[in-house]
Design a protein around this ligand. Sequence first.
Ligand code: THU
Length: 139
Amino acid sequence: MTSEQTAGLIRAAIEMLPKAYAPYSHFHVGAALLCADGTVFTGCNVENASYPVCFCAERTAIAKAVSEGRRAFTAICIVGGPGGAIQDYCPPCGTCRQAMAEFCDPAGFTVILAKSPEEYRVYSLEELLPLSFGGQHLV
Ligand code: THU
């Protein structure tokens, strides 16, 4: 990815922060998922009074992309903070790491954690979820 592509993905994730529905935790998360065909799907967290029903931002973006016919992904950017104010990096939860592993090659998929378009860290999914369980284990 070029630095312009990375900055664009970070801006798309930041734009989602005001859309987060987080009346319980007040922690807003935004995600922007880059598909192999170049399209970007965004997501925010969507909480529920029954707490476990909550959708994380990353899984919102993945579900939006898959439901629109995309299954090949290159990278995801994640941002978050209390009330939508980014104070630190927002790493993906374990459930979201597993959801990414369903569709993404662990070595080839990039996870970008950002504080701003200029301040970010880049990881492979394999770094964040080593020895992952997948469909290949079910045969
Ligand atoms: N959250 C996400 O959206 N993604 C993550 O990977 C971590 C947590 C959301 C879920 C909940 O709405 C809030 O952050 C606090 O846990």
